[in-house]
Design a protein around this ligand. Sequence first.
Ligand code: NUP
Length: 293
Amino acid sequence: MRGETHTHSLTRESKTVTHAAKTRKGYYLFPSTILEGANLSFQLKMNRSAKKANSNIVLALDLPSDQPHSLLSQSIKMLETVHPYICAVKINHHLVLPLGLFNGIQKILSFTQDLELPTIMDCKINDIGNTNRIIAEYYYKAGFDAVIANPFVGWEEGLQPVFEVAKQMRRGVILLIYMSHKAAEEGYGQTIQNPKTSQLTPQYVTFAEKALSWKADGAVVGATYPEKIREVHEILGEKVPIYSPGVGVQGGDVETAIKAGTRYLIVGRTITISENPTETAKHIRDAAKRCVK
Ligand code: NUP
């Protein structure tokens, strides 16, 4: 039923928002306007959450697609058991496609909101500006605290509208700087001629510089490429925290990534398909804690 009323509700947004804020079960959640600490920036929220949980693990809530009917209950169960060991939750198309942004995902976001866990939508925004703005608005209005975007599309009529809407709604934008998979070098690792300086530079170095100048809230660099983490960290310092996926199943190592400069580890299947997700999450959290200075 909620899916059927979707378009209608969007046209009377302010009414719906007021209702949602009162009941906390309405169509839009807007957690950052409901939660205590409402006006904290995404970076501060992450900081606070990491301190509180004593963890720098962002759970990639990617569940296998073989039992779509129970994805929602599996997601809630996973959060119930692993939440003490994580500082945030990242959601991907694995859940948004089968559950629906304004259906099942709302229940998951309501749960993370109660746990005071920041949420990241891994939508890798990568289109023209007008479309990008709409994508970001939908995810922020649905309740996500941050979105992931691809700097390949550039600023003007690219990601500028995403950063504008993020600023208006006090949410975060995390940029892909160097992805974790094998073929990352084909795009992020190319040598390019910087159009402004004419100098030859690795693509990811220009992306790291853009993360600084665009004031991004985070930078994704694969845990599978610690030397890239180190290089990007030298550019970003502590201003833009590095998020590293790729630990475990993809071959990345907790200690190496953190020592190279990663602030947050994004971990999915190593936890979600483990026989004992709680123990695994605790184990990774503890291993990460030992490396943090
Ligand atoms: O470079 C990236 N690598 C990567 O794995 C950027 C990402 N956003 N991800 C995502 O992180 C990927 O789509 C998945 O949701 C998660 C890693 O999952 P796993 O390999 O730990 O299972």
